[in-house]
Write a protein that binds this ligand. Structure first.
Ligand code: ZN
Length: 256
């Protein structure tokens, strides 16, 4: 490899997050950045361009790269339909667990180590296994979201005008939403994301009970309650890409 070539994998940091890219040297005279449909980033740079210059250019285009990736993400194939058989991986609180379906008289679902154990009278009855797993997710979502709701609500404290209530609701394109009557709806799918992301969505929605818009006052409040909300939001977007879930707390009406 030529000195200073640096062809291969690199990354820059943007908003506390890594933007990975592949560098290719060419005899062209200008540097070009391409985001590919699989979300990969390819940088072609002149042979002579210094590595520091390449990194600086990528950093400058980071916002654009993220926007392109968001655009392409919409077209990526969704997670394949779940089969509910042993060996399949399922996400819970941001981690992968393997399903283990075993025959037992009593139906139950338990998390042990890196496994989700499902006990069912007939382990080949996928509909039954799916229902058991879904009920387990739902129960854990209720519990985890309630905790988040209490803790994040306490952080906002007296700024919340009215006592808020939390309910679960399946929403195809939103992680959460809110009503003027003080009800926060949370998407039960959110239980598959890390706890820090759940807290972010809850805090975001709670802030809407104070400011019913996405204006500067809203973001000032959100930043006071949760200074690192942007990193959490980005993490949630990555999770969404992996699970094929929606990627915004309020249906994508967040800031660009
Ligand atoms: Zn919002």
């Amino acid at each position: 490899m030529k000195a200073g070539s640096g062809e291969g994998a690199h990354f820059v940091l943007f908003g506390g997050e890594r933007i990975e890219f592949r560098l290719r040297r060419t005899d062209r005279r200008t540097l070009a950045i391409t985001v590919q449909p699989d979300l990969g980033v390819l940088v072609t740079a002149p042979e002579k361009a210094a590595m520091a210059t390449v990194l600086e250019k990528v950093r400058k285009r980071a916002g654009w790269i993220r926007r392109q990736q968001r655009f392409f993400r919409e077209f990526l194939p969704q997670t394949p339909p779940r089969q509910y058989v042993s060996g399949e991986t399922h996400r819970y609180l941001g981690r992968q667990y393997r399903l283990k379906v075993v025959k037992a008289e009593e139906s139950s679902v338990k998390l042990v180590g890196r496994f989700i154990w499902v006990h069912a009278p007939n382990k080949h009855d996928r509909v039954r296994v799916r229902k058991l797993v879904e009920a387990w997710y739902l129960a854990h979502a209720k519990e985890r979201f309630a905790r988040s709701f209490t803790e994040c609500g306490a952080r906002l404290g007296t700024r919340l005008a009215s006592p808020a209530r939390m309910q679960l609701r399946r929403m195809p394109k939103r992680w959460g939403s809110w009503t003027r009557r003080g009800v926060i709806y949370l998407n039960p799918e959110l239980i598959k994301s890390p706890g820090s992301c759940i807290d972010y969505v809850v805090t975001h929605e709670l802030c809407h009970l104070v400011h019913g818009h996405h204006g500067p006052a809203f973001y000032a409040l959100l930043s006071r309650a949760m200074p690192d909300w942007e990193q959490r939001k980005q993490r949630l977007e990555r999770e969404g890409a992996e699970t094929g879930c929606p990627a915004a707390p309020c249906g994508g009406r967040g800031p660009r």
